[in-house]
Design a protein around this ligand. Sequence first.
Ligand code: NAP
Length: 267
Amino acid sequence: MKHTILVTGASSGIGLLVANKLHQEGYQVIGTSRSPEKHQAKLPFKLLAVDLNDDRSIASLGKQLFSEIKTLDVLINNAGYLVNGLAEETPVELGKQQFETNFWGTIKLTNELLPYFRRQKHGKIITLGSLLGLVGLPYVAYYAASKHALEGYFKSLRFELNQFNIKVVMLEPMSFKTSIGESGTVAEGNIRDYDLFRKKITSYTKSTFDKAPEPAPVVAALLKAVKEKNPTFSYPVGKGSSIILLLQHFAYKIFEKSILKSINASK
Ligand SMILES: NC(=O)c1ccc[n+]([C@@H]2O[C@H](COP(=O)([O-])OP(=O)(O)OC[C@H]3O[C@@H](n4cnc5c(N)ncnc54)[C@H](OP(=O)(O)O)[C@@H]3O)[C@@H](O)[C@H]2O)c1
C-alpha cells in the first residue's frame, strides 16, 4: 500500500507539482487551497479548504481529513508566501502577517495533526523552509525571519517527536520559478536614503526571479525526503546552495562581498 500524503498549498507552484507527481506515483494525495472550488476540476487529487490565517479552518482540518483517510503518513507543509521590501521600509504589520501565515499558520496546522500522528505512532512532517531560512539577503528580511523561525522550531520538534517514530524534515530551496514573486506583497518604500539601493535591489530581485530555474529539483528532493526511511533534518536544494552555505559558515565576508557586488552591478 502506497502512503497517504497531505500537501498544503497544492493549487500552485511547488505544491501543485509535487502533489501531481506523488499522485502519478500511486500515493494517495490530498491537497489544500484557500479556494478549492477554483482549482478542484483541474486536479486528479482531492483538495480541502485551509487558510493558514484562519484558526477555525485549521481547527477543522483533522476531522475533515480523517473522514477521507484512515492514516496520514506524510504532511508536506508547503503553503506560504513572500513579503518583499527593505526592512526599515516594510510596515511591521506586513511583517506580522508574514509570520502569521508562514510561521504561525504552519505551526498551528502541524499541531492540529500531531495527535493523529502520535496515535498512529508513525509519520513524517516535511516543511518548505528556504535557503533564506539559513542565509539572510536584502529585501526579504521578514520572509527570511519567518523561515529562520521555522528552522529553529522544527529542529527542536524533531527531538521531541523521535520517541513517536515521527520524522521531521526541512527542505531549503534556492530561488525557483513559481507564482511566489507575483502572489506575494511588496512594501513600496519612500525613505530617500535608500533610493539608490532600492533601485538596485529591485532590479537584482527581478532578474533573480526571471533567471530562476524550473522547480523540478525541489520536487525531486521532496520525493527523496518522502521515500527516505530515516531522513536527515535538512535538505538544501539548488545549484550552488552548498557553496553558499559553506561560505556563510566559514567565510562570511566573502559571502557578503559577493552578494553586494552582484547587487551593485544591477542597473
Ligand atoms: N519558489 C521559490 O523560489 C521558493 C524557494 C524557497 C522556498 N519556497 C517555499 O515553497 C513554498 C511554496 O511556494 P511556491 O513557490 O510554490 O509559491 P506559489 O506558487 O505562490 O504557491 C503558494 C501556495 O501556498 C498557498 N497559500 C498561500 N497563502 C496561503 C494561506 N494563507 N493559507 C493557505 N494556503 C496558502 C497557495 O494556495 P491558494 O492561493 O490556493 O490558497 C499556493 O498553493 C512556500 O512555502 C515558499 O516559501 C519557494
